[in-house]
Design a protein around this ligand. Sequence first.
Ligand SMILES: Cc1cc2nc3c(=O)[nH]c(=O)nc-3n(C[C@H](O)[C@H](O)[C@H](O)COP(=O)(O)OP(=O)(O)OC[C@H]3O[C@@H](n4cnc5c(N)ncnc54)[C@H](O)[C@@H]3O)c2cc1C
Length: 301
Amino acid sequence: MKLLNNFIARTLPIVPKPIVGYFSAPYISGEKLEDAVRVARKLNNLGACATIDVLGEHITKKEEATAYANQYLQVLDTIKSEKLDANVSLKPTQMGLNLDRDFCLQNVSMIAQRAKQLGTFVRIDMEDNTCTDDTFRLYQQLKDTHPVGVVIQAYLRRTDADLDMLIPIQANLRLCKGIYVEPHAIAYQDREIIRGNYLHLLERLLEAGCYVGIATHDEYLVWGALRLIRRLNLPKDRYEFQMLLGVTEALRSIIIKEGHKLRVYVPFGASWYAYSVRRLKENPQMAGYVLQNLLKQPSRL
Ligand SMILES: Cc1cc2nc3c(=O)[nH]c(=O)nc-3n(C[C@H](O)[C@H](O)[C@H](O)COP(=O)(O)OP(=O)(O)OC[C@H]3O[C@@H](n4cnc5c(N)ncnc54)[C@H](O)[C@@H]3O)c2cc1C
């Protein structure tokens, strides 16, 4: 399987764009904001809420970051005018983190201010390890005055220690395994260790009363999370499950049917091609998922 994944990921750049588009379609709502709105509405009708992401990251010019920031303002206004149950997720490098930290802060702060006025929320995604400290700093600069949350990654060795800083400030967190390929020196590589660490971190956060977005499609972790929720007798407004568009939809329905809040990550934008190719090259395992899901005939929601 590993060989096949690597083969698919490596040959992807020479695959014609429409074919990449076909493979990526279940995971991306489309190129335009109307596409994200259509998908978010369908999800709302199915009992799920959404987080809308404008595709784009690692920009190289300030004007690009400004354009993305303005697009996010438009997304927030549209969420309000279309009465969607949705918030937004953004990437710090898309807002200029690698160019100028203060400029990035201004951009995210402007978006978070609009979210506050409109009564919604901004999730700051976590990127590769070169961004971790700056992303936590960004979050800390905004959290007392704006409706923002951040993301932690269970594969990073540092995350348990990061909770010593995040728990006392009652951080609003999304907990995920982590998507970037990181070296052994800083990240666990073994699937079972990452799973164990995920549940360990989740237990610490839920026991401490932090709001957690439990972001996973791994049924073992969903099972572990449900056990913890029951043991701690947690009210439903202290956590939510989160999944990516087009992934494990059957599990998504089970969680919703059991009465838990579930949010789906809905990416859209013109950068879908670059995003799909980069993700697949970064993490060839995804190529296998795409293939498996395609064989299972995923829906195009
Ligand atoms: C809402 C959300 C937000 C996220 N935000 C971030 C972030 O900010 N930073 C970050 O580093 N990572 C983020 N991730 C990605 C996350 O770190 C994992 O890489 C991803 O969720 C896969 O891990 P898993 O827990 O689902 O377990 P896995 O064991 O990897 O997956 C379980 C099963 O889910 C299916 N599956 C998982 N991923 C995919 C996929 N991409 N395509 C098709 N099928 C798939 C497969 O059937 C697989 O067997 C996010 C994930 C979610 C759900």
